[in-house]
Design a protein around this ligand. Structure first.
Ligand code: ZN
Length: 72
């Protein structure tokens, strides 16, 4: 007979399964070939390392600095 702890564990496992399934269903966002800011081609290594990246390393760094400035 299941006690309250077992029911809690089942529910946690169910949530975990759902979260994993939802995560798997979302396709990985493809990296852009060219930077959205400067139109320079994004190096293949960066596109693979930073999946879904939209900027070259320089513009990404600049964007993050700008973001940090505005966020503060
Ligand atoms: Zn750029």
């Amino acid at each position: 007979m299941a006690d309250i702890a077992d029911i809690g564990n089942d529910r946690a496992q169910w949530h975990l399964d759902m979260a994993l399934a939802a995560h798997k269903a979302v396709p990985l966002k493809a990296s852009l070939k060219d930077c959205i800011d400067c139109d320079d081609p994004i190096p293949e290594a960066r596109r693979l390392a930073a999946t879904g990246c939209t900027r070259c390393a320089e513009c990404q760094e600049l964007s993050e600095k700008m973001g940090a400035r505005y966020a503060g």
